[in-house]
Design a protein around this ligand. Structure first.
Ligand SMILES: [Mg+2]
Length: 309
């Protein structure tokens, strides 16, 4: 398997339109197997242990026949980074044509967060709003914010722990989505999510691939929504494939994040708020990293593959 990965390995760096998660370039590794190109792109600070789930997913994508699909396109949400100026917010929204759901990053500064939500509501009054807190709030902070932010579709990972999420859920009447609670867990199958969350956030790479994501959804018996891990078009297409492989998909998915990139290896356009599942033939023109960065990724892959056995 390692030979298959290293023989076709490319590592590229994609410039971003705006700073997101504190980065302005997204480095990703791609390789080709019998099922086409696959993406391995854990963020640079992630350990080999955590990255091993991402590699398991990439190997699955490169080598396994895709699952049965229930639809050929997926409704996606706009993803709003923690920006504050109205013109920057308008620019981001313009990258998501036809989308009627906006997921807004919040959690760092309550006043700015409330203003960001108000600006999105003003610029896109028809849109449903969901917020993503990345586990940053205490139960009290979350309860207070949710009482003052107006109607939202759901809140994603408002607090860090299952116990806090369960307490919050007993206090507020807003749907709660679990994201980090699953993908940062040592064993997400052992979590008792009863009374703590309403919806599972599934990200195909962090959760180890499509088969594992389905196993998790069946195990926890909760509705699901699918999001990206800021992948390039190759990984996005695999996320779209995951989203299309669920018979029930009641939510717009966070798979339009290619709009946050200034360049990508392929274009999967958002048309009327939807993205089509399609095989991606990457165009690497001018995107390859330096020899030093290539070696860094190659070493990371060799160490991570050794953990998979
Ligand atoms: Mg999230």
């Amino acid at each position: 398997m390692l030979d298959l990965i290293l023989d076709s390995l490319r590592v590229i760096s994609l410039p971003m339109k705006a700073n997101f998660r504190g980065i302005n370039h997204r480095e990703v590794a791609l390789f080709e197997g019998p099922q086409g190109w696959a993406e391995f792109s854990p963020f640079l600070e992630y350990s080999d242990e955590e990255s091993s789930h991402w590699l398991a997913c990439a190997i699955e994508a490169a080598t396994q026949v895709p699952p049965k699909l229930y639809r050929s396109s997926i409704g996606v949400n706009a993803t709003m980074p923690a920006l504050n100026s109205q013109s920057e917010i308008a620019d981001v929204l313009a990258g998501f044509p036809g989308c009627t759901t906006v997921k807004i990053k919040v959690g760092i500064n309550e006043k700015e967060d409330i203003e960001r939500i108000a600006t999105v509501r003003k610029l896109s009054p028809q849109s449903k709003i969901r917020i993503d807190v990345n586990g940053l709030w205490s139960v009290d902070q979350a309860a207070k914010f949710l009482e003052s932010c107006g109607e939202i579709e759901y809140v994603e990972q408002p607090c860090a722990t299952v116990a806090e999420l369960r307490e919050l859920k007993s206090r507020v009447n807003v749907k709660i989505v679990g994201d980090e609670i699953l993908r940062k867990s040592e064993n997400p199958f052992e979590l008792d999510l009863d009374g703590a969350i309403d919806i599972l956030m599934l990200k195909v790479q962090p959760l180890g691939g499509i088969k594992n994501a389905h196993a998790l959804a069946s195990h926890h018996k909760l509705p699901v929504v699918v999001s990206s891990a800021l992948e390039c078009a190759v990984g996005i297409n695999y996320g779209l494939t995951l989203a299309a492989s669920f018979e029930e998909m009641s939510y717009d998915c966070g798979l339009g994040t290619g709009s946050l990139l200034a360049r990508d290896v392929a274009d999967i356009p958002i048309v009327d708020g939807k993205m089509q599942i399609q095989p991606v033939e990457p165009n690497f023109g001018g995107l390859d990293v330096s020899a030093e960065r290539f070696d860094w990724w190659k070493n990371r892959i060799m160490r991570t593959a050794a953990l998979l056995g």
